[in-house]
Design a protein around this ligand. Structure first.
Ligand SMILES: *Cc1c(COP(=O)(O)O)cnc(C)c1O
Length: 368
């Protein structure tokens, strides 16, 4: 059996006619930038998140960057985040001129360890970016309390967590603003690149809307300089079609995760992800911790099973951040994870027999 890590055709082929129809209509309208296609998706996604505003942008990295710019983050400032994210999180921080300051993660949730945040604050700290890693919300209540006490802004990196919930509230409505990515493999993805800023703050939303579009409200009147980072109209139309399926797809991910939980129980050598009652995880990734991880991955590959590592090199040890001069050992929980995490195939449309095959081969490996 061959099992891909992700198979997007299983979400797109069943709705191929509907997507093709939208594409034809978009060509007939020939209105490719902004307009009704973008605004109707923005309205729909804001309401999906239980937030007042959504502003479409070019990608998730720009969503983070534009929020930070609007919050006034820049040279000389510091922004707190976790070192076990995709580099986009820190790229957005340094693009403003600010410096990323890392706080290690909790070994069970893989999300920022809220007990360690306050020790990392300085008088330069302006914001905290909790990453809802793998589709599981960070522990937002203590984060918002810390932010409140110290006058900081909280920007959710929700790129992996469309539709996840914390205490009954959706990601996107938990901080001061949130960044979403619609990269194709995300829980809600474009047929290309896309992203969005979601917030309850009207003034912030208005500034984000200007900044993503050359700093303008009118065609050739620019209050400030901005960037060109609009959400493509055709992508917005696709997203609007796909949004109707997001809850169903997330349910399929949850069901597949719970099936893995049963199938992989009691294997000496692996640890399964911990589940929390107050969180509704959307399982962007299903990540186990595995002894002899690299050998396991190689064995599974030989058996036709693709896996991933998210992420093999922590941000503080990336060559790109050599200038920060972090030493190995600086963030031990993250570094420990990097050596034994393994992401198993999990996507809407994965079949029970495929998961059973993955589980069987993992069991087999630890008996060898
Ligand atoms: C995907 C991702 C991003 C960036 O999104 P792009 O749309 O690819 O720019 C940011 N943060 C995290 C955690 C991501 O997984």
């Amino acid at each position: 059996m061959k099992i891909p890590f992700v198979d997007l055709t299983r979400q797109h082929l069943p709705i191929l006619d509907s997507l093709t129809e939208s594409f034809k209509r978009a060509i007939k309208d020939s209105s490719f930038i902004m307009g009704e296609g973008v605004s109707s998706f923005e309205d729909a996604f804001a309401s999906f998140c239980g937030a007042n505003h959504c502003v479409g942008v070019g990608n998730g990295t720009d969503a983070l960057f534009i929020i930070l710019k609007v919050l006034g983050v820049g040279v000389g400032d510091e922004v707190i985040t976790a070192p076990n994210s995709f580099i986009a999180t820190t790229e957005a921080i340094t693009a403003t001129g600010a410096r990323p300051v890392f706080v290690d993660v909790d070994p069970d949730s893989f999300n920022i360890d809220t007990a360690k945040i306050e020790a990392a604050l300085t008088d330069k700290t302006k914001a905290i970016i909790p990453v809802h890693l793998y589709g599981q919300p960070a522990d937002m209540k203590p984060i918002m309390d810390i932010a409140e006490r110290h006058g900081l802004k909280v920007v959710e990196d929700a790129a992996q967590a469309h539709g996840a919930e914390y205490d009954g509230k959706m990601t996107g409505s938990l901080g001061h603003a949130a960044a979403f990515s619609f990269y194709p493999g995300k829980n809600l993805g474009c047929l290309g690149d896309g992203g969005a800023v979601v917030t309850n703050d009207s003034a912030l939303a208005e500034k984000v809307a200007m900044l993503r579009n050359h700093g303008r409200k009118e065609k050739y009147l620019h209050d400030v300089e901005g960037v060109n980072s609009r959400l493509d109209t055709i992508q917005a139309i696709f997203l609007n079609k796909k949004l109707k399926y997001l809850n169903g797809w997330n349910e399929q991910r949850r069901a597949a995760a719970s099936l893995y939980g049963d199938m992989l129980a009691h294997i000496d050598g692996i640890k399964l992800p911990v589940q929390y009652d107050k969180l509704r995880h959307v399982h962007h990734l299903y990540v186990i911790r595995a002894e002899r991880r690299d050998d396991l991955a190689a064995y599974l590959k030989e058996m036709g099973i693709s896996t991933g590592i998210h992420y093999p090199v922590p941000l503080h040890l990336q060559p790109a951040y050599g200038w920060m001069e972090h030493k190995r050992g600086a963030f031990p929980v993250t570094e420990g994870m990097a050596s034994d995490i393994l992401s198993l195939p999990l996507f809407p449309g994965i079949k029970e027999e495929e998961q059973a095959y993955v589980a069987e081969k993992i069991r087999e490996f630890y008996k060898l």
